[in-house]
Design a protein around this ligand. Structure first.
Ligand code: FES
Length: 92
């Protein structure tokens, strides 16, 4: 289990490797916006400040560009933790 935190939320969520960060966070009441749940629409994009993720399914390269990856953008619906994580503020 890894501890996943969002900067603007007080709560920590514990997620195991292999589980979707978005699905598990929303099960814990995080209310992260989502739509496709397949790494295609970018609704769930967040910025990773600390830690390492991997992808359960590879995100669509048109949705998550090399530039996005270089600036630590993550599509939470298809991402899973590889370490404890800290994400930047979620946009409202
Ligand atoms: S919900 Fe569409 S990319 Fe994550």
């Amino acid at each position: 289990m890894f501890e996943v935190k969002f900067k603007n939320k007080d709560k920590s969520i514990f997620i195991k490797n292999g589980d979707s960060i978005l699905v598990k966070s929303n099960e814990e009441g995080m209310d992260i916006p989502s739509a496709c749940l397949q790494g295609m629409c970018t609704t769930c994009m967040a910025t990773l400040l600390k830690g390492k993720i991997s992808y359960i399914e590879p995100p669509d390269p048109d949705s998550l560009t090399e530039e996005d990856v270089a600036s630590n953008k993550v599509l939470l619906c298809v991402a899973t933790p590889e370490s404890d994580l800290l994400f930047d503020d979620l946009e409202d």
